[in-house]
Design a protein around this ligand. Structure first.
Ligand code: SPD
Length: 437
């Protein structure tokens, strides 16, 4: 025996960026590589990090295979560590090079543990060994595949089945649906969680029922974004609404949601819902004045295609398109996670709607960064989200349409803000970022 273990350190260059950013493909390729090499698989863990990169390890009876990828450099770094004569790590090497479409590679083989330099002792514990080998035989392989939404300092990971149900790089963004174990099917845009089957109700009930139960006669509504259909589904519960125009920039979001999130996307077939695939900014610029009683901005975060929805110019256009008694409600990011955006956006709304007509409120959404999420209620005239709430009407509504988060009391409570959030709102900040546009 030359050594106790063989350790091949591998660098793969010019790989396919898609292949080495796809956690499922990497997991399957690594498992196959272990199997072809003759190894016995015990366990595996793979994490995908947004927007790029996968880390993973497969524990085999004969040690481990590990990987980390940098799709932005088309580079993958791999450790193939095996023990015993029966496993050949070079077979894994060949398989992985092929699967990741690496154009070239470099590798070093280290012999780990030179027997002639080591002193072997006799471990006289036959009972423990027998026990261990019996347990070994009962090991069943468990997959552990994770999606991670990662910021510089915070990350949220969801374990999922490993099957990517939908994956398209659309004209605007990367659209994915995974099946997470804790939150069900999950829509992810450019690596950011947009909605999950298990907690979507919080967001969709709170972005719709609050304005709908304050406006005295809601008839015509515009949703900008909202391509998963959840906001439209909730709005349809309000009988006075005659028409909902839903303007979503990305047809892939609608397609993915209809196919894999039918419970959320159930509203698209309703005759009151008029789906328009268009850029929300162009739509609002071309819209006639005073058209809508309620405009809901159900956008993604202020990066990528939604960036233009977080500008002063855009909100001025929204204000113009509201009827005189109209309301705008936006998702206004997290006061803890996107503090600057939250703070700037409040000032921007006040400049357009007036100091007394902007009312941020909060809800708790477990799969969004920090869990604390804000919405903003802005009225063109002076409808007040609490003073103009008819509580009896709200209670009758929830009796007829039982909600999972919204209640008449939650409606009022959502506007009670923690001190630090009040401080953010009341502290003037120089608008130097996106909202100065
Ligand atoms: N960070 C997540 C913010 C997502 C806001 N929009 C979600 C769309 C749900 N209809």
């Amino acid at each position: 025996m030359q050594s106790l273990g063989r350790h091949i350190i591998v660098e793969f260059y010019n790989c396919s960026p898609e292949k080495i950013n796809n956690v499922s493909h990497i997991e399957q390729s690594m498992l196959k590589a272990a199997e072809l090499a003759g190894a016995t698989i015990i366990n595996s863990t793979f994490h995908h990090f947004s927007p790029f990169g996968v880390s993973g390890v497969i524990v085999i009876e004969e040690s481990h295979l590990a990987i980390h990828t940098w799709p932005e450099y088309q580079f993958a770094s791999i450790d193939l560590f095996t023990c015993g004569e029966l496993v050949n790590p070079w077979i894994s090497f060949d398989h992985l090079k092929n699967e990741f479409e690496a154009e070239h590679s470099s590798s070093i083989e280290l012999q780990r543990g030179q027997p002639h330099l080591l002193k072997k002792i006799t471990l006289d514990k036959p009972d423990v060994r027998d026990q261990a080998s019996k347990t070994d035989r009962q090991i069943t392989y468990q997959r552990s595949i994770w999606f991670t939404e990662r910021d510089d300092n915070i990350a949220l990971s969801l374990r999922h089945t490993g099957d990517i149900l939908y994956y398209k790089q659309s004209e605007y963004q990367k659209v994915e649906i995974i099946d997470s174990l804790a939150y069900g099917k999950t829509l992810i845009l450019d690596g950011m969680i947009m909605t999950t089957e298990k907690d979507e109700y919080v967001y969709h009930e709170m972005i719709t029922h609050i304005p709908s139960l304050v406006h005295p006669k809601l008839e015509k509504v515009l949703i900008i974004g909202g391509g998963d259909g959840g906001a439209a589904r909730e709005l349809l519960k309000h009988d006075t609404i005659q028409q909902i125009d839903l303007v979503e920039i990305d047809a892939c979001v609608i397609e993915a949601s209809k196919q894999f999130l039918p419970g959320i996307a159930s509203s698209f077939s309703d005759p009151k819902v008029n789906t328009i695939v268009d850029d929300g900014i162009a739509f609002i610029n071309n819209c006639e004045s005073e058209q809508y009683d309620l405009i809901i901005v159900d956008s993604t975060d202020p990066v990528g295609p939604a960036e233009g929805l977080f500008t002063k110019t855009f909100y001025q256009q929204v204000h113009r398109c509201l009827t005189p008694n109209g309301i705008m409600v936006t998702q206004s990011e997290s006061p803890t996670f996107n503090t600057h955006v939250f703070q700037e956006i409040q000032q921007c709304y006040k400049q357009i709607f007036g100091n007394n007509n902007v009312h941020p409120y909060l809800a708790y959404i477990p799969t969004y960064p920090s869990g604390m999420w804000s919405f903003s209620f802005c009225s063109k005239n002076s409808l007040h989200p609490i003073h103009d709430l008819d509580k009896q009407k709200a209670m009758a509504f929830t009796k007829q349409h039982p909600c999972k988060y919204y209640t008449a009391d939650i409606h009022q409570a959502a506007f009670v803000l923690p001190q630090f959030v009040q401080n953010l709102i009341n502290t003037k900040k120089k608008m130097k970022n996106i909202l100065s546009n």
